[in-house]
Design a protein around this ligand. Sequence first.
Ligand code: NAI
Ligand code: MG
Length: 494
Amino acid sequence: MNSTSGKEKDTIENQLWFDPSLCFIGNQWLPAKSGKLLDVYDPSTGEQISKISRGDQADIDSAISQAKFALSNEWGNSTAVERGRILYRIGQLVLENTDRLAFLEASDVGKPLKQAKADVSALARYMEFYAGAVDKVHGNTIPFLDGYTVYTLREAHGVTGHIIPWNYPMQIIGRSVGAALAMGNATVLKPAEEACLTALAFADLARQAGLPAGALNVVPGLGTEAGAALARHRGVRHVSFTGSVNVGKQIQTAAAQNVVPVTLELGGKSPQIVFEDADIDAAIPYLVNAGIQNAGQTCSASSRILVQQGVYKEVVHKMAERYRQLRVGPALQDRDLGPLISRRQKSIVEDYLEKGRDLPIASQGSIDADAPNRGHYVVPVLFSDVPPDHVLAQQEIFGPVQVVIPFVDEGEALQIANGTDYGLVASIWTRDGARQMRMAKKIRSGQVFINNYGAGGGVELPFGGTGLSGHGREKGFEALYGFSQLKTVAALHG
Ligand code: NAI
Ligand code: MG
């Protein structure tokens, strides 16, 4: 269970302690009922490295039965303190397995090792946070008519469905499954077909930590099969989804048939706004990193940089210098950027680059000469002087591409910042305190950072969007409210 000794050659076989071609249902490893499998590829090499189950409706049905079993047995009767202790133990096991989990994620998703380790640490932090928070979720007493006592209870929804993407599997498991388990829900997780290994690993660590059978079930498979089956299942009482806008609409439509709530986190076109009075040198690393982290495949990536005209040249010049130094290479070599997740994602990004051929390129990074040919590498590109209504300034690209847009004054900055259909994260760079407050109020966005930028911020900070970025809030205490329902109890005692 401990990390490998340095001598062993790092291969997927050495790092896996479970059979990834199975589903995890009711604390057991079971083959998909159809017996079908999907190939797992390493995006850094394009090579097949493993196999996972291609679960479908039948496996989702079993997972939901097991989740219901958990709710009517030990898990359903557990106290907040007991659940907190289990979550804390899961977090500790995650930390003890940092190297192994990071290796799996780097191989499966193409994420540079350092970034994969940061995801492991975030996953552990979610477990710690929700372990410590869950017994602090209080109800209220409400003054009412004479002779009454009225109070509220926070109760689990029941079975919750979690459909997650491939870009940050561990972080998204932490924020959604972690909060749902804390409140006593029984969870069914459908990880993305491109990235199931750490989800399965997490489930096994949860079992080892004492999570009762059925409280967490993992069914790998395709979105249109296992994902759709989960979203529309009548046994599911809440669905959380992170991914594309189109699939988000389908999830909400499916959940509406059962009249159950959804939490949707659908990405964005998040701006950073740099005013003339900003500390430019402090801003530059944030401006670039928030665009290229995870090769730009980040829902909260900052893909638009708005710069006031007086410092426009300086900012573009300094960002361009950084871009020239950016290196792209295999995940295990831990360069600034790894490959994109898939050939398909690479072609999406290349199509956007083609659409930007009329725009000035301020600077680009470079791909390591010895990076494997079949890896899904793209060069990070910084475009300057981009009109705010250009397709590259409007649509989520989900690759290492940033656009710089000039503006004249605060009013124009606000108009451009709010001029897309999204609203997930924004940041304001200025030393003017009044402007900080004004802008923070007027920007349409789920999170606003002042003189910094956190892609989603820490585990403590509520996160989610407006407009096409989705609705509902995850992370922090807010997630505990989202993953529970309020019951009002009114007693007439005279
Ligand atoms: P996607 O939305 O298709 O996939 C996300 C998850 O939804 C996966 O687990 C997938 O299996 C599942 N899914 C797909 N179709 C489904 C259906 N009909 N019913 C239920 N579940 C379904 O995203 P994809 O195709 O991987 O990426 C396409 C684009 O989506 C990206 O280029 C990016 O713009 C955006 N995206 C945004 C993410 C975010 O963090 N907000 C994450 C991943 C993608
Ligand atoms: Mg898809």
